[in-house]
Design a protein around this ligand. Structure first.
Ligand code: UDP
Ligand code: MG
Length: 310
């Protein structure tokens, strides 16, 4: 059996067309399937649509969260309850065309535990989104010691082995595409053209994107901390030379002028650098704190999966 994990945040109009498209692919491949819809605190009618769908089709499972926990957590919950031998992760809005699952699946049969879908084109997204995504993944690759593939989202097929490892990774701040790279096994990709959203609008605000980017960086790299240390050394060195220069100009040169401007500038500048350094440390410390608290990742309000509802 194959499980399809579909995170849902305000996708009322996309759920049904998506179900039809997915089912057409599964029928074509002649696969036994379950769809796990994780409703991440949608404020529209998504919950109603899902429950109706589940009544009509026995392959539909739904999980309603108690509030919006975020895309990565929604996918993680889906993985927690997926029972298939292979699991597909796909967006609900049609941007990841379900028809590509055929390529993913066939490729995985060649002996790959992970086949991710790499976009060679993106339609209907803002210039800023495309540009930030493009550079973010390239920079991330430079500063981490694992290879996180560029131009890929979470759209992929993964084997049971990988799912079991993922489910056992306890971190609170999920960055699934990075974690999957980290896990290893045989990984490959197929390319596809990313479509426009079928209906509705993106649930990824810039705020969520920034948080997601910081999660990716802090989970897989200590480089920002090193930069803070390095800049500390650099400015200490500059400062030391300034001391020498001041002494020299006071005792040996004619043109010594007690100036406050230069002092203010250095103070503000170094103060700024220090605050940035503290901020970077804060990002890491706050994540340690979250992990120490050990709260559950999500809270389920209701589900038609027997062992998921409480
Ligand atoms: N999503 C979610 N929780 C959120 C935001 C988004 O579960 O807080 C889901 C959304 O329903 C979709 C997928 O995650 O299935 C991708 O989100 P979206 O299309 O809004 O992001 P974009 O494609 O614009 O990056
Ligand atoms: Mg989308």
């Amino acid at each position: 059996m194959i499980s399809v994990v579909i995170p849902i945040y305000n996708e009322e109009k996309n759920i049904l067309p998506m179900y039809e498209r997915l089912t057409a692919v599964m029928d074509k491949l002649n696969l036994k399937r379950e769809y796990i819809y994780v409703n991440d605190g949608s404020q529209d009618e998504s919950a109603v649509v899902l429950e109706k769908l589940a009544k009509e089709h026995s392959d539909v499972r739904f999980i309603h969260f108690s509030r919006n926990f975020g895309h990565q957590i929604a996918v993680s919950a889906g993985l927690d309850y997926a029972e298939g031998e292979k699991v597909v992760i796909i967006d609900a809005d049609g941007q990841d065309p379900p028809e590509v699952i055929e390529d993913l699946y066939l490729k995985s049969l060649e002996g790959y535990e992970v086949v991710y879908a790499q976009r060679e084109q993106r339609k209907g997204e803002s210039f800023l989104k495309k540009a930030t995504a493009k550079y973010f993944y390239r920079i991330l690759n430079r500063i981490t010691n694992i290879d996180i593939p560029v131009d890929t989202g979470d759209f992929r097929i993964i084997d049971r082995k990988v799912v079991d490892e993922l489910v056992n990774m306890p971190e609170q701040h999920k960055f699934l595409r990075g974690q999957i790279s980290w896990i290893g096994f045989n990984q490959t990709f197929v390319t596809y053209k990313r479509d426009q959203r079928m209906s509705g609008q993106t649930g990824y605000t810039y705020r969520k994107m920034i948080r997601f980017a910081l999660d990716g960086i802090t989970s897989f790299s200590n480089w920002p901390l090193k930069i803070a240390t390095l800049s500390g050394f650099l400015f200490a060195f500059v400062g030391f030379n300034l001391i020498l220069y001041t002494l020299w100009s006071k005792y040996y040169s004619e043109g010594y002028e007690p100036g406050w401007a230069s002092q203010m500038i250095t103070m503000i500048f170094i103060g700024g650098i220090q605050l940035i350094g503290i901020g970077i440390i804060g990002e890491y410390v706050s994540r340690i704190n979250e992990n120490i608290k050990g709260r559950p990742l999500y809270i389920i309000k209701d589900s038609n999966i027997p062992h998921a509802s409480n």
